[in-house]
Design a protein around this ligand. Structure first.
Ligand SMILES: [Zn+2]
Length: 441
């Protein structure tokens, strides 16, 4: 074997000399390293004696020996396997041949607990990149922020801003009152600087960005003290994040934490939990760390689009019967110029969408009992109905719904199980999922 296959141990082979454990007859053996090697043989030929009782046992023993005598006194001694010498052995793990639980949350990494060390490694040594721009995330001390401002904006007018709302809906009436109570008179709302007015509020259904105007200064080295006080205040109010706006109306982001200097998004300080797909701090919110999602799809609900609704096109409800939902559908579909006799393939896309996902508009079903009056009903949609049943229905109903579910790879994490922030911490260009699965970059 070529020498370049040797690794940190300096060996390119594992050499076993004089193995006599159990029924092994003083065996010498050379096994190539960094390859998948299989021991085969009839029952009783010594496969387990060699793999578990010799190789693994010796690896474990050497690991234990690396602890202090004091620590070892608690662990007990491990017996040396009956072997003269083993060269080229690196730390060992063993996964026994047993029927492992079918828990979809277990991987080789979690069963052997190696993944715990990988999580620690990524929390401490991983380099963060922005999931928006791909930029390397940076964090700056207060002094570094002040130095950058003094260097880049000397003699310029600058507004220091503390972000308090980023991309969220709401009227923020109370927030403006609070800000005023803190002694500030101006805010920047959706990019526009304005005075805080009595009873000020925003459109509660729109997404807003709000910053407090902390200070307006002309940047001068001799005024470093005032600048540093304002930067500290801005970082306090902005919970570690602040912004500057210069004379050209350009905004720049600064952060004590990991931040993308271009887009301004920031990450929390990483902890091992952030890299666990079994923790809400780390898992992909869409699949909760399973890497797969069960979806109710258009094709599973409408398997044969040549059929009409009357003939049973909507699989979960079947053929036409005297049922409320068919009456609702009749009214619902009218505006789309299709009816219960039209094959689904002739339906416009909006009609299918409203049929599956429902509408907020009331559906006016004519009353049989009181002629000339309508029942204003709510139509929630077939998919919404099934989803609700799936969460609250009996076991029998849930079984029935399984017929309309398709298991797909999670569209958000692409099966990698972790939230996007966690997948953007890299070591040697690999994120933790790529390292675990040996995936290409
Ligand atoms: Zn996911």
């Amino acid at each position: 074997m070529a020498n370049n296959n040797s690794d940190i141990t300096g060996f390119d082979h594992i050499e076993i000399l004089g193995a006599r454990e159990h029924n092994l007859k003083n065996i010498d053996l050379t096994i190539p390293r960094n390859q998948l090697v299989v021991f085969t043989g009839i029952s009783g030929s010594g496969k387990s004696s060699l793999a578990f009782d010799t190789l693994y046992a010796e690896g474990q023993r050497r690991y234990m020996e690396s602890f202090s005598a004091y620590a070892r006194s608690f662990m007990g001694n491990m017996e040396r396997p009956d072997v003269d010498k083993i060269n080229g052995l690196s730390p060992v793990i063993s996964i026994e041949q047993k029927t492992t639980s079918k828990n979809p949350r277990s991987t080789v990494g979690t069963v052997t607990e190696i993944y715990d060390f990988m999580r620690l490694l990524y929390a401490r040594a991983g380099e963060a990149f922005s999931y928006v721009t791909g930029e390397r995330m940076i964090k700056q001390s207060i002094d570094q922020i002040i130095d950058v401002i003094l260097q880049d904006y000397q003699n310029q007018k600058l507004i220091l801003l503390a972000p308090v709302v980023k991309g969220r809906k709401g009227h923020y009436r109370e927030l403006f009152v609070q800000i005023e109570k803190l002694g500030y008179t101006k805010v920047r709302v959706d990019g526009v600087v304005m005075d805080i007015q009595p009873k000020m509020q925003l459109d509660r259904f729109k997404i807003h960005d709000i910053e407090i105007v902390i200070d307006r200064i002309v940047v001068k080295t001799e005024d470093r003290f005032r600048l540093s006080q304002s930067v500290q205040t801005a970082l306090n109010q902005g919970k570690g994040i602040m912004m500057t706006r210069d004379e050209k109306n350009e905004v720049r982001n600064f952060s004590k934490y990991l931040m993308d200097p271009v887009s301004g998004i920031s990450y929390d300080e990483p902890s091992p939990n952030n890299f666990s797909f079994n923790s809400p701090y780390g898992w992909c919110p869409t699949c909760q760390g399973l890497g797969k999602v069960e979806e109710i799809t258009e094709d599973s609900i409408l398997p044969d689009k040549t059929l009409s609704i009357e003939k049973g096109a909507i699989a979960p409800i079947g053929e036409y019967r005297d049922m409320w939902i068919f009456k609702q559908l009749e009214v619902l579909l009218k505006p789309y110029k299709v009816n219960l006799k039209t094959p689904i393939e002739k339906f416009p896309a909006e009609a299918i969408d409203v049929m599956l996902h429902g509408t907020d508009e009331p559906v006016a079903v004519p009353s049989k009992k009181y002629e000339g009056t309508d029942w204003n009903t709510k139509y929630e949609g077939i998919v919404t109905f099934l989803k609700r049943q799936q969460e609250t229905g009996s076991e029998k109903i849930q079984d029935w719904i399984k017929d309309f579910m398709v298991v797909n790879t999670c569209p958000d994490c692409k099966g990698l199980r972790l939230k996007k922030e966690s997948l953007h911490f890299l070591i040697d260009n690999k994120n933790i999922a790529q390292l675990e699965h040996g995936l290409p970059i």
